[in-house]
Design a protein around this ligand. Sequence first.
Ligand SMILES: O=P(O)(O)O[C@@H]1C[C@H](O)[C@@H](CO)O1
Length: 290
Amino acid sequence: MSDDKHTVQNMESVTFEEIQQIADHILAKVKCRPKLGIICGSGLGKLADMVEDKEVIPYNEIPGFPVSTVPGHAGKLIFGTLKDKSVVLMQGRVHCYEGYSPQKTVLPVRTMKLMGIKILFVTNAAGGINRNYSVGDMMVIKDHLNLSGVNPLVGVNDERFGPRFPPMSRAYDSELRKLALGIAKEMGFADFVHEGVYSMMIGPNFETVTECRLLSMAGVDATGMSTIPEVLVAKHCDMKVFGMSLITNKVIMEYDQETTANHEEVLETGEKRSKYTQQLIAELVKKLVI
Ligand SMILES: O=P(O)(O)O[C@@H]1C[C@H](O)[C@@H](CO)O1
């Protein structure tokens, strides 16, 4: 009886062996052997322009790899050198709201782990809940609130990835956060780089006014529709994590407000402000000890 339940619950899960196969397939195609992985959120994929000696694999050429379906997510795996460090960059991610199971959504992160990645940078576009944040600001993530209703760690646990009950109280590495905030100061970005709490709802709709007010009361500074599943599995398999949000819009906090959140504004802000995110990430990579 309980076996049947497990089968149903894990129908869309992906085994360690399947992920190993995907990792081996990718490594057979590239020369680069990075220890740092970077996931680029909505409109943040231009970081790829700074990568040298690129080796590019589109997601749809990797058997079993989930393919991005959302504008602003190119869907390419980019290996190369950033500030003299070997990196693999995901130019675009997939989200649970696209219809992928939580386990499939995080397959790229587990694939990175089996390719030898030790440190993961996650970036995203997010709506500003904190009223002191302006559109175009950046936020170093210090913690998260998972309101998505999904967790890729649900199901049979494979100890080869990590333990059944991983702690999540220090998910976002404190040294990397300090380093990033110090770099922001040095670069003259201090006025628009904050440190705060990110939350995720599953989407794809933008939040209601009441939801945003609740997030504000809960101490959330910025909200989005991604990142948390990736961080959960990255920590589960013992990666160091650094997270950064670009505040692409202010969330709607007033019931009678006529303007609404929209993906076009998210991409437009990405277009205008992602250069600062790129510069900060590049400087952080430069100073990173791997
Ligand atoms: O992939 P991220 O989290 O950067 O994308 C955000 C959340 C939605 O996918 C989209 C909404 O505009 O941007």
